[in-house]
Design a protein around this ligand. Structure first.
Ligand SMILES: [Zn+2]
Length: 278
């Protein structure tokens, strides 16, 4: 066993996993922790297994994944519906990044290997979050920025992008693709500067994200403290990923600890969303 990559997301996840989880057989499913079982078609059994893990053991919590993909640094964010007596509120449960710098004159062989390392690193984080109890119902990924398509890095990023999309498909996670414009306007209200002014843009994105979560961070609660820690070490790629995840949260109609403004609703409405079962 390797050390856990992420903190627990649903409190009962480890106990249920240690017991053997909810096993789905040909036409029946059984919870190895409490012995409850069910039968029926496989799709129904999968839904039953999720509901059972969620309701009987608090071992799975509905979550949205946001990914700001790049080879140098991919931002990874998960927002999770935390029970609060009513329908729950979506709080960030994972905020991290991974990647490595490339170099000019890299061969195609080196570029290919870097791409595979990064795709694996991203999905390792996603899979660790799932094991920690994130029931990822929706992935939100930033789409291509065609204005940069003359750069070699654009070609490599496209390779990474499709690797991640197919990995999400393999896990049955429906995904939405958000344009860079709509992502930026959702987070900042304006299109941040591009090109040479990239550092200024990243600062603006971080400032706007910190300000979004300053509203009712629930000080004194675990989530408030966790979010405070996240905001202290926030970088631009994490902030972008968190913005993408929050677009999914708004689309699903989940309550947020921050106030939804017009720009949030408008930019979500401009995005095409997949069907999501909760
Ligand atoms: Zn059970």
């Amino acid at each position: 066993m390797t050390a856990a990559l992420v903190d627990p997301i649903a409190p009962g996840a480890a106990e249920l996993a240690a017991a053997g989880g909810v096993c789905i057989l040909d036409s029946s499913a059984k919870c190895e922790l409490c012995g409850e079982w069910n039968d029926g078609p496989r799709a129904e059994l999968r839904a039953w297994a999720r509901q059972h893990a969620r309701q009987a053991h608090d071992a799975l919590r509905p979550s949205v994944l946001g990914l700001d993909l790049s080879l140098t640094r991919t931002g990874i964010a998960i927002e999770t519906l935390i029970p609060d007596g009513s329908k729950g509120t979506a709080w960030p449960s994972l905020l991290t990044h991974c990647g490595e710098a490339g170099h000019q004159n890299a061969t195609y062989d080196e570029r290919g290997r870097r791409l595979v390392r990064q795709a694996r690193a991203v999905m390792r984080n996603v899979d660790a979050a799932i094991r920690a109890g994130a029931d990822i119902r929706l992935g939100v990924v930033e789409g291509p920025s065609y204005g940069q398509s003359s750069m070699p890095s654009y070609y490599d990023r496209a390779g990474l992008w499709w690797s991640i999309i197919t990995a999400l498909q393999a896990r049955g996670i429906p995904f939405a693709v958000v344009t860079p414009d709509h992502r930026a306007k959702f987070i900042c209200g304006v299109k941040p500067p591009m090109g040479k002014d990239r550092d200024r843009a990243k600062r603006l994105i971080c400032d706007e994200t910190r300000s979004r979560f300053k509203v009712n961070t629930g000080r004194g609660t675990d989530h408030g403290e966790l979010v405070e820690r996240m905001m202290k070490r926030l970088n631009g790629d994490q902030a972008d990923a968190l913005g993408l995840a929050d677009m999914g949260v708004v689309q699903l109609g989940w309550a947020t600890p921050w106030r939804k403004g017009r720009r949030h609703v408008e930019n979500v409405a401009l995005t095409t969303w997949p069907a999501v079962t909760l």
